[in-house]
Design a protein around this ligand. Structure first.
Ligand SMILES: Cc1cc2nc3c(=O)[nH]c(=O)nc-3n(C[C@H](O)[C@H](O)[C@H](O)COP(=O)(O)OP(=O)(O)OC[C@H]3O[C@@H](n4cnc5c(N)ncnc54)[C@H](O)[C@@H]3O)c2cc1C
Length: 490
């Protein structure tokens, strides 16, 4: 519309923040390594270069299509820039053989991290963009590279035919790892925002955190939730609640929690990829939450499955602020045949519970037209995604679809889908990186994943439950000791 194009014009002025991400030698590697985008454009420029200044509005026009929560096509291409006239970036610009300004490079984001580029280099996944002189030509170049048909006039939630259809392409789930991170950060944000940590919800939250520390599919979130867990007693002392009226306000809480980013600095990003709906208010968070739960369920060991079940049920019950959802889910938790003895039991229970929700919502959304028209609820997995999950073809009884499942195959499929495939692109992104201190800490977390303390012993330790792995327990014990020492000294 006219107002929109007015905004666009104004956007070329100095008022709107830049859409392209400013990178420098201190954040270059990290931001590119952690970007969910499949492709990156890096513009090397110098702030004194007049041609670069004139080019900026062209570059920004394209960047606004791809970067940030309001972009029509987020999560596909990350558009960045590096000012080579800044002293700190000299080595960085040398690494990429910058010989003229502006110079544009293209490639998979992680390939830029801790690597070099040289125009004479053969077989590099990084290439120079030779024709990006105007916004039109740059976008044309990008479209040609990735076979897309993006347009400079695209607006959010228009032209959604470029959206991936995830029900037929098993590889789409690899993009969902970023949504699992987004949902994790989102859930934690809601908990803080609504001051949901109280005396009776504290223990369920700690238990869920222990599950996250050991089995979250994203390293960043395992690391971040471990940090929070270690400091949990300081952040939310248990005696804070017994006193009664010592309510802290959200801002104070936020302030205290600065630096405790559950999935790292780049999350939440403000948009969804696998869980992106074709409208603003569909899919997103609740989709990401389901994917998180499924991905946890296939990662726990047999001996942890019952505790994981209670941790998930109690978490949804206490912290999912969709009233209908949490009530329904809790009813299904209460009627589950317990205890769970295996990973298979837990994964299949969650899968069939999710299908019951799908079944119910399918009817509701049809009647009320509240669903996402591009993502109607289906009994999952559809046959094209897992042919072997179906024993016999679907027969209709009373208007509802009845499927004869091969549950062994369903379990195998879940393990593959929410296990390996979910983290496949994420793994690629961290290939070839240097071992820094943080990755060493992370390796400890990963290596203790399998260490499950026997159930009986864990139950005995009522509070600092060690059930989800030795590390979480170790940290909490350390924390307690440290506090104790402080007390003794003071
Ligand atoms: C615990 C919980 C309870 C909820 N209860 C309600 C409720 O009572 N009422 C309500 O209106 N909404 C409820 N919701 C929200 C609702 O289920 C959907 O999340 C929301 O409508 C978005 O739907 P979606 O199309 O993105 O797919 P979702 O149902 O969110 O599923 C996300 C993805 O998971 C995969 N998937 C689908 N089914 C299965 C399955 N059976 N097993 C494994 N993977 C599967 C698919 O790839 C799908 O795209 C609940 C959400 C959660 C997390």
């Amino acid at each position: 519309g006219p107002s929109r194009s007015l905004l666009r014009t104004l956007g070329d002025g100095p008022d709107l923040p830049d859409a392209a991400v400013d990178l420098n030698s201190s954040n270059f590697d990290r931001v590119l390594k952690e970007s969910p985008a499949a492709f990156a454009v890096v513009e090397f420029f110098a702030h004194w270069c007049p041609a670069c200044r004139n080019y900026k509005s062209h570059y920004e026009k394209v960047a606004r299509l791809f970067n940030g929560p309001d972009a029509p096509h987020p999560g596909i291409v990350i558009m960045t820039r590096v000012d080579c006239a800044m002293k700190m970036n000299t080595n960085l610009c040398d690494r990429f053989s910058v010989g003229h300004f502006p110079m544009l490079l293209w490639g998979p984001p992680p390939k830029f991290a801790s690597s070099r580029w040289d125009p004479k280099q053969e077989k590099s996944e990084i290439q120079s963009i030779d024709d990006g002189r105007t916004a039109d030509r740059l976008l044309k170049w990008i479209n040609k590279q990735i076979g897309s048909s993006f347009n400079l006039d695209d607006e959010k939630y228009e032209n959604e035919n470029t959206l991936p259809r995830n029900d037929s392409d098993p590889e789409q789930i690899a993009r969902a790892i970023y949504d699992v991170e987004e949902a994790t950060a989102g859930a934690f944000d809601i908990i803080l925002e609504h001051k949901m940590i109280k005396s009776d919800t504290r223990v369920p939250l700690i238990k869920f955190f222990q599950l996250l520390v050991t089995h979250h599919p994203s390293k960043r979130c395992r690391r971040g939730s471990a940090e929070i867990l270690v400091n949990f007693d300081d952040l939310w002392p248990s005696d804070l609640f017994s006193v009664g009226s010592q309510e802290t306000n959200v801002l104070q809480e936020r302030g205290r929690l600065k630096g405790y980013l559950i999935c790292g600095k780049e999350v939440p990003r403000g948009y969804w990829i696998f869980c992106r709906g074709s409208k603003n208010d569909t899919r997103g968070f609740s989709c990401g939450l389901w994917v998180l739960l499924h991905s946890l369920s296939v990662r726990v060991a047999d001996g942890e499955s019952h505790l994981a079940f209670t941790a998930i049920c109690d978490f949804i019950h206490n912290f999912f602020i969709c009233e209908e959802c949490r009530r329904h889910f809790y009813d299904m938790c209460s009627s589950a045949s317990v205890p769970f003895n295996t990973t298979r039991d837990l994964s299949l229970w969650l899968w069939s519970t999710h299908n019951k929700v799908n079944e119910r919502l399918r009817k509701e959304e049809k009647a009320l037209r509240t669903g996402d028209p591009r993502f109607p609820k289906v009994i999952w997995p559809p046959e094209q995604l897992c042919p072997s999950c179906y024993l016999s073809s679907i027969s209709k009884r009373n208007g509802t679809a009845q499927v004869d499942w091969n549950e062994d195959e369903v379990f195998n499929f879940l393990v593959q889908y929410y296990g390996k495939t979910l983290v496949s692109s994420y793994k690629d992104a961290s290939l070839g990186r240097n071992k820094s201190d943080e990755s060493v800490a992370d390796d400890i977390i990963t290596s203790t994943n399998a260490v499950a303390v026997p159930l009986g012993a864990a139950m005995a330790i009522a509070f600092a439950s060690c059930a989800f792995g030795a590390l979480a327990c170790f940290w909490r014990t350390q924390q307690k000791n440290r506090k104790q020492r402080k007390k003794n000294r003071g």
